[in-house]
Structures are given as structure tokens and as C-alpha cells.
Ligand binder design. Structure first.
Ligand code: HEC
Length: 120
């Protein structure tokens, strides 16, 4: 089993824990995302709005101009896929245009994904 697969499985187990109820405040790690992403519906920025991203098909937000790689990636943004992507965006969706190196600390990945789940 490849390390990335192991990692994804480990992270999936972590994020499978029940989420705290109620709207969460953005964790500190999310400040990096805010440079490029809005969290309200239809919010325009360098990247697509992250409102409702959990459960969305990758590259599918109407009105945002994605890279061909993201459009073709065919993922669904569930917690496991988001965790894998945020840990290493270039590895999970090669050729995508998100200029972000990735969150190396699994605890930060979990904090950000837990927050993304609340954006609905
Ligand atoms: C430097 C700007 C930048 C930063 C920083 C950044 N992103 Fe992105 N993000 C983008 C761009 C641009 C895209 C579109 C990629 C494409 O089309 O290839 C994207 C795409 C995404 C997607 C896929 C959305 C979809 O609709 O398919 C997710 C999820 C995402 N980013 C989450 C995050 C999170 C969470 C962070 C912080 C940990 C973050 N991004 C940091 C610019 C950024």
C-alpha cells in the first residue's frame, strides 16, 4: 500500500468521528485559505467559493473558471478526498492550479476539513 493511500485511510478514520454541532469558527489554519477562497455562496475570489464544498463534485461550481485538470478530476469532495487534497494538492489533482503547497500536519487538515463541513 502506498504511503499516500495509508495516509488517506488514516485521515478518513480521523474525520469519520462525529462533527461538533453548530457553526464553527474558522480554525487558524484556514487563514491561509481565506487569501484565495470566500466562504459565502457565490463569493468570488482567486479560487472557487468553499460554501457547500462538502458533497460537491470537483471543478463544478457554476461561474468559476477551473483548470482543465480540476474539471477532469472527477472527485467528490467528501471529507476523505478533501483531506487527501489539502495535504498535497498537486499529488491528488495533478495539474490543478491551486498554488498551495499543502497542510503537512494532519491535525491542521482535520481542523480545516471539520470547518469546511460547516459551510452550508
Ligand atoms: C494561492 C491561492 C489559494 C490558496 C492559498 C488555497 N487555494 Fe484552494 N484553490 C485555489 C484555486 C485557484 C483553485 C482552483 C483549482 C483549479 O481549478 O485547478 C482551488 C481549488 C480548491 C478546491 C476545489 C474546489 C472545487 O470546487 O472543486 C478546494 C476544496 C480548495 N481549493 C480548498 C482550499 C483550502 C481548504 C485551502 C486552505 C488550506 C486552500 N484551498 C488554499 C486557490 C487557493
Amino acid at each position: 500500500m502506498k504511503f499516500s493511500t495509508l495516509f488517506a485511510v488514516a485521515v478518513a478514520a480521523l474525520v469519520a468521528a462525529p462533527f461538533a454541532a453548530g457553526a464553527a469558527d474558522a480554525p487558524a489554519a484556514f487563514n491561509q485559505c481565506k487569501m484565495c477562497h470566500k466562504t459565502e455562496a457565490g463569493g468570488k475570489s482567486m479560487g472557487p467559493s468553499l460554501f457547500g464544498v462538502v458533497g460537491r463534485k470537483s471543478g463544478s461550481l457554476e461561474g468559476y473558471s477551473y483548470s482543465p485538470a480540476m474539471v477532469a478530476s472527477g472527485k467528490t469532495w467528501d471529507a476523505a478526498n478533501l483531506s487527501t487534497y489539502l495535504a498535497d494538492p498537486k499529488a491528488f489533482v495533478p495539474g490543478n492550479k491551486m498554488a498551495f503547497a499543502g497542510l503537512k500536519d494532519p491535525a491542521l487538515v482535520k481542523a480545516v476539513v471539520d470547518y469546511l463541513v460547516t459551510l452550508k
